[in-house]
Write a protein that binds this ligand. Sequence first.
Ligand SMILES: NC(=O)c1ccc[n+]([C@@H]2O[C@H](COP(=O)([O-])OP(=O)(O)OC[C@H]3O[C@@H](n4cnc5c(N)ncnc54)[C@H](OP(=O)(O)O)[C@@H]3O)[C@@H](O)[C@H]2O)c1
Length: 317
Amino acid sequence: MKIVLPGGTGQVGGILNRALTAAGYEVVVLSRRPTRDSHLQWDGRTLGPWAKTIDGSDVVINLAGRSVSCRYTEENLRAMMDSRVDSARVVGEALAAARRPPRVWLQMSTATIYAHRYDAPHDEATGVIGGSEPDVPRYWDFSVHIAKNWEREQQQARTPRTRKVALRSAMVMSPDRAGVFDYLLWLARLGLGGPVAGGAQYVSWIHDHDFVRAVQFLIDRDDITGPVNLAAPAPLPQRAFMKALRKAWGAPVGMPATKWMAEIGAFVLRSDTELLLKSRRVVPGRLLEAGFAFTHAEWPQAAGELVRRVRQERSHT
Ligand SMILES: NC(=O)c1ccc[n+]([C@@H]2O[C@H](COP(=O)([O-])OP(=O)(O)OC[C@H]3O[C@@H](n4cnc5c(N)ncnc54)[C@H](OP(=O)(O)O)[C@@H]3O)[C@@H](O)[C@H]2O)c1
């Protein structure tokens, strides 16, 4: 089976590429700056020779998009939007033009599409899409706006022979360097992994092995289309999330941070506090309903397994 990964050079692409190649799939990555034989050049915006590799492939998983870990300046927000919308549009055009289109197009989306909320979890059926919450900074709307436009581009694509699924993924936790788990662990090891702004905001997450298994499940299940939440069934408040991570690593203290300290930290790290402060309480309604069983359903156990892999991998380097 041949799988094409537009934008497959990043964190999620690395996880999928390794796992799918090991499972015997032929994986082709589309990149703006190819560095390997299995990479093909594209610009993420316009049709080109790369589209030939989609014709006759079995699965496309589009991961392209400017990193969201940055200051939310006007210029960066525009790049975050355009890179996602343009790449989804041109993937749709390549599928529409293919003589033998793939049978499924998994399009990355995000759990951030849902509203900032503490009181109840969002599943696909009853969840509330964000963008009109009171008491949150207005610029938070923009991430929701990006996610909605991103998904709309896939929905509108005319690909009658290709099933379409939007992956509303939570943060994918893997031991990879420079991934989100690496960053959180770094904070915990520095003694900075305490509650931020009280720590009541929910963190949604998914273990990398379950992410890969869920993707394979969605490739195989011909009856599933539309948005699917990829998140472990037990999101938890940031305070408890970081406590479990500290325990898994053996970090004795986690200094609490106020909102203003988080603002300064985010500024120094050239990131944005929305990533820390928005309450993302997202659960995998459709996956569970379809019979998907999580291997890592609870964070303390998942964090323990990830820490073990980090220690193992880094003892060899
Ligand atoms: N990581 C997570 O936990 C997570 C959770 C939910 C959703 N997502 C979404 O899933 C996607 C993949 O995540 P990731 O963590 O693997 O991201 P990543 O590490 O930032 O990689 C994304 C890839 O997109 C390509 N890209 C960047 N800017 C682009 C542009 N302007 N036009 C076209 N392509 C561009 C890059 O590939 P080249 O430079 O090789 O072209 C890059 O390797 C992203 O859209 C992200 O928002 C990620």
